[in-house]
Design a protein around this ligand. Structure first.
Ligand SMILES: [Zn+2]
Length: 529
């Protein structure tokens, strides 16, 4: 089967100037790029006036959790429709494979949407996971999440592991790397990785370095103050301390390191942007391989309890409403708001509970007004109504000014860090994460070839994804065709993307005229042995 893309403006993914040419595809490969190709093809698609680029690579995804599920299309379609053809998964320390098969903790691997109990097949090894995936709509580059091994060995225990347990954990993670995982990830803000002593992390990073693979890290803090450090307030900004810790790991092991989702949560963290970027620049100047990725949007998905102190969460319900508990809570949340720099109108509900759908899409402050109660009371009511499981979009992760600064920074890569929720309101990043980078670039005179380079050639190189990320003869035909004048979010950031006409994965047309074609098995699990 041959497909000919006629007369497109070719952005080849290398960052060089575009040129007009035809692209001839045979089966899953690009076989020729030249002007006026004479050869006949079964499908000829007119791309006159349109940009033809390598398919976008989303460097930070959690879609591995959905890959082995039945009817998994809906979890992937929005990403295809925004032009993404490859996703790097297994981030933030969590992945649905690679655990002790006989572990009594098997069902605890993951958390929230990352729910291993929804996967019926054995996925205790990477080959078993690969076999459990019946069809894959996008190409997937799996990282191995360190927590999956640690949970299967010691559950959520906060203690130091014994040498025997540590060795067992390391065997599991090293096997995943040998079996083809592209690298390793840590989730240092989450249980149980947050309890891992430095030496445990150093040893895991050293194994990753030994295999020449990348380590991605969800840092211990994304804000100037956090509960990850003691005391929770004061001293060096916590998000910078989190970078210091990554720096130490990179220096001690020589591992290639990717700081996941560099964000600056809360107004008070924004003044640390300069220092964070200059540290990262200095490390690269010194010869360390230290990069980061970021969002195009200024908010991200979180849980309602994110600003709730641990003592309140563990307190029996009947005690919570007592005067003292409420006073202490009001004081602590007030303090968090002040030192972090956020408000209750920065927290938007995306899920509360069955029967509470009318609350979705509203902020805590809006609901407080509707209910005629204080912001704090509305917040507590939402925590109770959702039994602590409410989902939110948290604003003030970034500002458009910071997003633009990062987009221009040489060490920045792009990603969505989004997934489709099974209920409630979706995170707009699922639909417009990548298109919004184009809109921002267009409005702020950032060259298109540079934006495309970061989301294709640079990303492929970063994760050693071979024969992809570029339009080159002999490479896989992962291609996105779009209108450079209109690509972006629809009329609002919550809507579907616009301007994307065609998406091709391994030579198959998966999106035509902006819509999924129903071809849901064109992707491949890309293993690196
Ligand atoms: Zn993360």
């Amino acid at each position: 089967m041959k497909t000919l893309l006629r007369n497109g403006k070719i952005f080849d993914g290398s960052g060089s100037e575009p040129f007009v040419a035809d692209v001839l595809i045979e089966d899953d490969r690009i076989i020729k790029i030249a002007p006026n190709i004479e050869e006949s093809a079964e499908r000829i698609i007119d791309c006159e006036g349109l940009a033809v680029s390598p398919g976008f690579i989303d460097m930070h995804s959690h879609n591995d959790w959905f890959a082995p599920r039945e009817n998994n299309h809906r979890f992937f379609i929005p990403f295809l429709e925004q032009g993404i053809t490859t996703q790097v998964t297994g981030n933030c320390g969590a992945c649905p494979f690679g655990y002790d098969k006989d572990s009594k903790y098997r069902d605890l691997v993951g958390s929230g949407i990352m729910d291993i109990t929804k996967i019926k097949e054995d996925t205790s090894t990477l080959p078993a996971f690969a076999a459990a995936i019946k069809n894959l709509p996008v190409n997937m580059v799996p990282l191995y999440g360190h927590e999956s091994a640690r949970i299967s060995v010691a559950g959520y225990d906060s203690r130091e592991l014994t040498e025997e347990e540590l060795k067992h954990t390391e065997e599991i993670l090293e096997q995943a790397l040998i079996d083809g995982a592209a690298g390793l990830s840590f989730g240092l803000m989450y249980e149980p990785d947050r309890y891992a002593p430095y030496e445990e992390l150093r040893r895991a990073a050293a194994i990753c370095a030994k295999h020449g693979k990348i380590l991605t890290i969800h840092g211990r803090a994304n804000s100037a103050v956090s509960t990850s450090y003691n005391p929770p307030v004061g001293g060096r900004a916590h998000n910078l301390r989190a970078i210091d810790e990554m720096e130490k790991l990179a220096r001690d092991t020589g591992v290639k390191l990717q700081h996941s989702h560099l964000i600056f949560v809360g107004e008070k963290s924004w003044k640390t942007v300069d220092e964070a970027l200059s540290i990262i620049k200095r490390l690269n100047d010194e010869g360390l391989d230290f990069k980061y990725d970021s969002y195009s949007l200024t908010f991200g998905a979180s849980v309602i309890t994110v600003v709730l102190p641990a003592w309140y969460l563990t307190m029996p319900k009947e005690k919570r409403s007592r005067g003292f508990a409420k006073l202490r809570l009001a004081f602590e949340i007030g303090l968090t708001k002040r030192v972090l720099g956020f408000n209750f109108n920065d927290i938007m509900m995306t899920w509360v509970a069955e029967g509470q759908e009318t609350l979705i899409g509203k902020t805590v402050a809006q609901l407080a007004k509707e209910w005629d109660v204080s912001d704090l009371d509305a917040y507590i009511r939402l925590v109770e109504l959702s039994e602590g499981h409410g989902l939110v979009l948290m604003h003030r992760y970034l500002t458009d000014e910071i997003v633009l600064r990062l987009m221009r920074d040489e060490n920045c890569y792009f990603m969505t860090d989004a997934w489709i929720e099974e209920r409630g309101m979706q995170n707009p990043s699922c639909f417009i994460g990548f298109p919004r980078f184009f809109k921002l670039a267009r409005e702020n005179d950032i060259p298109l070839k540079d934006i495309i380079h970061r989301m294709t050639g640079m990303a492929a190189e970063r994760f050693v994804i071979s024969e992809r990320g570029a339009l080159k003869e002999g490479y896989f035909a992962d291609i996105t065709v779009f209108d450079e004048k209109t690509i972006g979010p629809g009329t609002s950031d919550e809507s579907r993307p616009q301007g994307i006409s065609l998406v091709i994965v391994n030579g198959e047309i998966v999106v035509d005229n902006g819509k999924f074609t129903g071809k849901g098995d064109a992707g491949q699990l890309l293993l690196q042995k």
